[in-house]
Design a protein around this ligand. Structure first.
Ligand SMILES: Nc1ncnc2c1ncn2[C@@H]1O[C@H](COP(=O)(O)OP(=O)(O)OP(=O)(O)O)[C@@H](O)[C@H]1O
Ligand SMILES: [Mg+2]
Length: 248
């Protein structure tokens, strides 16, 4: 087995009396496409927030590409190669779609003064256009991000994350707020983009059909713990998962 890309050891975090992460041991390998399922409040977003530096764990460790990153800043973790998209897309609504990608690319630039230089000079415009096409946002390039329908806002959030050239992309509910009809097309575009860029991924998803179609592995969260983890069909047949997650 290859070395883990991302791993955690004994990761715990409580909010008052609520144990949102309960001693989580986890490892993800390059090339995996992990779906995460679990009821509302199970701790899915908390796990993502700890791993990406938005929350500090009470105890435990996070490792990425062989180095400990526990408690590092979100910016440092992004620069190391972990991208993320959000449950509520974090786009710059008052800027155009193209400008959002320019901003994302320059903020993530390692070059000194990157953010202070004129945006168009600070980044490779070809990389912006290629990413717009990859996420099928080319026709929307000059529209305001705030005017996009939810599905395209989700694609833009991922496009912005891809400008940082991540090795791993963690997507928190990429299809939430999108109609069942649109969800499938949206996931196809996202997954094709990640394949093309050779990005390993984790995505939180409530729709079991989508999980079956797109995940190579499934982890089910129950009350701050990973209750089952393995091939999707095996996890979906687990009695605790059927009781707690699928029957929700
Ligand atoms: N910043 C916070 N302060 C206090 N409690 C929090 C905070 N963030 C999360 N929690 C609590 O931790 C638990 C796990 O929340 P989390 O958001 O991780 O769940 P989730 O699995 O992502 O749920 P959902 O499917 O609704 O997004 C919940 O009980 C939640 O209320
Ligand atoms: Mg959540």
């Amino acid at each position: 087995m290859t070395a883990a890309l991302l791993s955690t050891k004994g990761l715990s975090l409580s909010f008052g009396g609520v144990v949102a992460a309960d001693s989580i041991d986890f490892a993800l390998h390059p090339g995996e496409r992990l779906a995460v399922v679990g009821q509302n409040g199970a701790g899915k977003t908390t796990f993502i927030n700890i791993v990406t530096g938005y929350l500090k764990p009470t105890s435990g460790h996070v490792y990425f590409a062989g180095q400990e990153i526990t408690g590092h800043s979100p910016r440092d973790i992004t620069l190391r190669g972990v991208g993320r998209s959000f449950q509520l897309p974090q786009v710059f609504g008052e800027h155009t779609v193209r400008e959002c990608l320019l901003i994302a690319a320059s903020v993530k630039s390692r070059r000194p003064g990157g953010f202070l230089r004129p945006l168009a000079q600070a980044v490779d415009a070809d990389a912006v256009d290629a990413t717009l096409e990859l996420l099928q946002l080319g026709a929307r390039a000059h529209d305001l991000a705030g005017a996009l329908p939810e599905g395209q806002r989700k694609l833009l959030d991922v496009a912005m994350a891809l400008m940082g050239k991540p090795q791993l992309l963690i997507m928190d509910e990429p299809t939430s707020g999108v109609s069942t009809d649109e969800k499938h097309g949206l996931m196809k575009v996202l997954m094709r983009a990640l394949d093309e860029r050779k990005v390993t991924s984790i995505f939180v998803e409530h729709d079991i059909d989508i999980v079956r179609q797109h995940a190579t592995r499934l982890a089910a969260w129950i009350a701050g713990r990973i209750a089952a983890d393995g091939p999707p069909e095996q996890v979906l047949a687990d009695p605790a998962v059927i009781r707690n997650v699928i029957g929700e």
